[in-house]
Design a protein. Structure first.
Length: 311
């Protein structure tokens, strides 16, 4: 059993693959630059190894046995895979990879639109954005760093504040133009409310019921509307004119700046307890690339905060 479990010689497998594909020992010999006798010998060696005939030799003709047909296609695919692997080995590795773990909504709405600037500043680094709501194990090396949203205070990680957060009501300019006036919170009666039901909403109290209560608005039904488990989906629905969203400022900023959304009510903005933090493992030193990325993140956060102040 130990003998037959080992792979046969690679030359024998290559001879079989070529002969099976070309249906000829002679043509296989030409392709591999050996003699037909060498092909025949390698095939016999392979047949002895597997304990079954692979070809039926009928005069000058050649055909595969059932065992040969079963293995021919898989063997061709295996050699194609090996050829791709060797090609990758020959390619010089010029780029360095940096993996950043970040929640999908922040990745799509804030980080991805800005990432080209880091690539322009540090062109030798390839950034891998691991967009997931799961908290990956940074100590085990699952990512070089992470951006997490929450109240902070995780003592198991190095943690730096990146961006504060606040929520505000927003809607499509088309909805504002074509619908009834929205001058005060009470005017939201009759509107479809879009709810951010992502896990951190309960921690922040950043929900429609809390927002309306703080403004003394009564008679607005918050039990209906549409609920989404990701903040980005709430914003996308508002852009599509599906209702009024209570959105996170950092995530909605680009849509406000472009005019795809408009902010409602002069007193509509409410700060929340959570913020975005840069987190790194305590037991793993930062690479120069990671330090460069963190410095870039902080600079982008300052630009973001300046743009918010100007609105």
């Amino acid at each position: 059993m130990a003998q037959t479990s080992r792979l046969p010689p690679l030359n024998a497998l290559r001879a079989f693959e070529a002969a099976a594909r070309l249906e000829s020992f002679a043509r296989a010999a030409d392709e591999l630059a050996v003699t037909p006798g060498a092909i025949s010998q390698q095939i016999r060696q392979l047949e002895e190894h597997v304990g079954a005939p692979l070809f039926v030799r009928e005069g000058r003709g050649l055909s595969l046995t059932e065992a040969g047909r079963a293995a021919a296609g898989i063997t061709s695919e295996a050699f194609e895979t090996l050829e791709r692997a060797v090609s990758l080995m020959r390619q010089p590795i010029h780029r360095r990879a940096l993996t950043v773990s970040v929640a999908p909504s922040f990745a799509g709405k804030w980080l991805a639109p800005r990432l080209f600037r880091f690539q322009e500043e540090v062109p030798g680094v390839e950034v891998w954005i691991a967009a997931t709501s799961e908290r990956v194990d940074l100590a085990a090396g699952a990512a070089d760093l992470g951006i997490r949203y929450g109240p902070g205070g995780d003592m198991t990680l190095n943690e730096e504040a990146l961006l504060a957060e606040e929520v505000l009501p927003v809607c499509s300019p088309d909805l504002l133009r074509d619908g009834p006036p929205l001058a005060r919170a009470q005017d939201l009666r009759g509107q479809t409310l879009l709810h951010d039901a992502s896990p951190e909403t309960e921690v922040d109290g950043a929900d429609w019921a809390s927002w309306l209560k703080a403004r003394g608005a009564r008679g607005v039904d918050v039990s209906g509307g549409v609920r989404f488990n990701q903040s980005a989906l709430v914003i996308d629905a508002a852009v599509a004119g599906r209702g009024v969203a209570l959105a996170k400022r950092a995530l909605v900023q680009n849509d406000l700046a472009s005019g795809r959304l408009v902010a409602l009510f002069p007193d509509g903005t409410t700060p929340v307890r959570s913020a975005y933090h840069i987190v790194t493992a305590r037991n793993r030193p930062l690479s120069p690339d990671a330090r460069a990325f963190i410095a870039w993140l902080k600079a982008e956060a300052r630009v973001h905060e300046h743009s918010v102040d100007e609105l």
